[in-house]
Design a protein around this ligand. Structure first.
Ligand code: KIV
Length: 276
């Protein structure tokens, strides 16, 4: 085993206002999950803009069937590990299931992810009243927030599975209203997951904050994937919205670089990765 080498190419650190400028300039944002320092270093070397320590780690790292068993301790542990591998990439950490049960818990959990583990931004699912209050409380304390709407995995039981959201007109209008509400509450970034391509386009045009899609079509301001899906190592059927970027390439570094290039050029996602 050799020691983690910190000599990655120098680049300007990605910042929260920087993401806003990228949206304004039509520059697509590349986001990817990471759960440990080695993969974080790979993201850094490939010039990924945003690293997400997702609670998807409950599924791809811990082997659970959902993200619900992930605890704050798990998130702090993995976020701190990823932070050690990054220098210029912006680090976002997920608030785990029920960390948002009230504003006091949300603030306490966020303080640990930012102050102790080194995240620059926290991500929270949904737009219920207590979430909007929580986003406003975080914004008032200058903690950047990434909202997450559409197929929010912590609501898997309510949805009856990992199902595409916003297919019916009323559901689409509801998600659009939620996007405007999280923006008004003070969110800086929005992950939009598992919605029809047309809704991804509407939401992206309607809000001023950058929208990062996953299974939300090509019109979003950026894209995010779970790194295990990108590498084609998730067991079972490949999710329709993802692509195996390691196929035909000989290294993890080349796969991540190809993903970043395809997001920036608009080649990914292609129409077959979207939902109508
Ligand atoms: O937990 C996660 O990795 C996520 C992404 C799928 C957006 O929330």
């Amino acid at each position: 085993m050799y020691v983690l080498n910190a000599s990655v190419p120098e680049r300007k650190p990605v910042t929260v206002p920087g993401l806003q400028s990228m949206k304004a300039q039509g520059q697509r944002i590349v986001m990817l999950t990471a759960y440990d320092a080695s993969f974080a270093w790979q993201l850094e070397a490939a010039g990924v803009d945003v690293a997400l320590v997702g609670d998807s780690l409950g599924m791809v790292v811990q082997g659970h069937r959902s993200t619900l068993p992930v605890t704050l301790e798990h998130m702090v542990y993995h976020t701190a590990a990823v932070a050690r591998g990054l220098s210029a990439t912006l680090l976002v950490a997920d608030l785990p299931f029920m960390a948002d049960r009230d504003t006091a818990h949300l603030l306490e959990a966020s303080a640990r992810l930012v102050g102790e583990a080194g995240a620059a931004m926290v991500k929270v699912e949904g737009a219920a009243t207590h979430i909007l209050d929580g986003i406003a409380a975080l914004a008032a304390r200058a903690i950047p927030v990434c909202a997450h709407l559409g197929l929010t995995p912590q609501s898997v039981h309510k949805f009856g599975g990992f199902r595409i959201q916003g297919r019916e007109q009323s559901a689409a209008e509801h998600i659009l209203a939620e996007a405007l509400a999280v923006q008004a509450a003070g969110a800086d970034l929005l992950v939009l997951e598992g919605v029809p391509t047309a809704l991804g386009q509407r939401v992206t045009a309607a809000v001023g904050i950058p929208v990062i899609g996953i299974g939300a079509g090509p019109h979003c301001d950026g894209q995010v994937l779970v790194i295990h899906d990108l590498l084609g190592i998730t067991p079972g059927k490949r999710p329709k919205f993802s692509k195996d970027f390691l196929a035909g390439r000989d290294s993890v570094a080349a796969a991540i670089a190809a993903y970043a290039a395809d997001v920036r050029s608009g080649a990914f996602p292609a129409p077959e990765h979207g939902f109508n």
